[in-house]
Design a protein around this ligand. Structure first.
Ligand SMILES: C[S@@+](CC[C@H](N)C(=O)[O-])C[C@H]1O[C@@H](n2cnc3c(N)ncnc32)[C@H](O)[C@@H]1O
Length: 329
């Protein structure tokens, strides 16, 4: 079994016991409260995750999806920095630690890990479930408030997943400046919505201004070719649902697709993809239609037909979010 799959399974196992003894109605109620809070007026002045019931509901309801989105972003980053392995990791606004699990799924071995969050119950539960992941045995779970004056210890990798959404514009700027000052590599993930994409682009501009190179998803560190308001760059990660997940979220599908936007950047030079597939490929009889973001700052459409031989076979296997063409990697 590859490391990524086994980490995903350990996470699922660690989450499975969380709602033991909590009646399904109560679990569903906590999830509904959480959704209402997240739909409400974030940013808030105080943590949304206030107690163990909130946090258990968050972990059961959202953590499998945030884990898969961050893992996909980290895998795209890893492809653009072959051979690089983070020697240390700081996860800001890390909550129950989904990104720390994702890092351990992409890069084998142990490293110093610090999770920062202002919600103590989230840190406590994160620490508890991390007991199921040997790579996180030495992780530090620390309270910290994101805002002006935030200063972070230096780390090879800094992750910020699904956090910018909860901050004021001023705090978002302060956070991105702080992670740029602390990290050799920075990976930021947000929901795959027009607003999530806008927050990612703002962070991307700030990272480039601080001297970073974009490793993924963009094939370049120049301006994004998407016309603001016309479209948004986002990707999709498949999340398999446990029976617990189905119980908490309702529905009977065995999986769901988590849409996310991200930027992964490094201070060191990177080898970004020549171009990237930015929509789900459309397979027609004898041809595959690919929407690509290109290194020369353009969005293009490519039609790959049987006449292209091996490239056609590769196009049939290509997925939304993959580098293109694969042979150049
Ligand atoms: C949606 S959760 C994401 C958690 C985790 N990063 C993940 O991907 O699953 C947002 C997290 O940001 C934290 N957060 C929000 N505002 C914060 C602030 N001002 N200071 C510290 N943490 C904050 C919340 O407590 C919560 O754990």
């Amino acid at each position: 079994m590859n490391v990524s799959v086994s980490v995903a399974e350990s996470l699922r196992g660690a989450l499975a016991g969380l709602l033991d003894g909590v009646p399904p109605r109560q679990a569903a109620g906590a999830v509904e409260r959480l959704i209402a809070n997240y739909r409400g007026a974030t940013p808030t002045d105080a943590p949304i995750l206030r107690d163990r019931a909130d946090v258990a509901a968050y972990a059961a309801y959202r953590m499998p999806a945030t884990f898969e989105a961050v893992r996909a972003a980290l895998e795209a980053f890893a492809e653009a920095v072959p051979g690089w392995v983070p020697g240390s990791h700081v996860d800001v606004g890390g909550g129950t630690g989904a990104a720390t699990w994702a890092v351990s799924a992409v890069w084998d071995g142990e490293r110093p890990v610090t999770v920062l969050d202002w919600a103590e119950p989230a840190l406590a539960l994160g620490r508890e479930i991390a007991g199921a992941n040997p790579a996180l045995s030495g992780a530090r779970w620390q309270r910290a408030r994101i805002g002006a004056g935030l200063s972070l210890d230096r780390a090879d990798l800094v992750t910020v997943s699904y956090v910018l959404n909860e901050l004021t514009p001023a705090d978002r700027g302060a956070l991105v400046d702080a992670v740029a000052a602390a990290g050799q590599a920075v990976v930021i993930v947000e929901a795959g919505t027009p607003d999530g994409y806008a927050r990612v682009i703002e962070a991307r501009d700030r990272l480039i201004g601080a001297g970073f190179h974009v490793a993924a998803p963009c094939p370049h560190s120049a301006a994004c070719p998407i016309v603001p308001g016309a479209d948004w760059c986002h990707f999709s990660a498949r999340v398999s649902r446990s029976s617990l997940h189905r119980q908490v979220k309702g529905g009977s599908l065995a999986y769901e697709d988590e849409k996310f936007s991200y930027v992964a950047a490094s201070r060191a030079p990177v080898l970004p993809a020549a171009s990237r597939v930015v929509r789900r490929p459309q397979i027609r009889k004898g041809q595959v239609l690919l929407d690509l973001c290109e290194a020369d700052e353009r969005l293009t459409k490519a039609t790959v037909t049987k006449r292209h031989g091996d490239l056609y076979k590769a196009a049939r296997d290509a997925d939304w979010g993959d580098p293109w063409p694969p042979a150049e990697r």
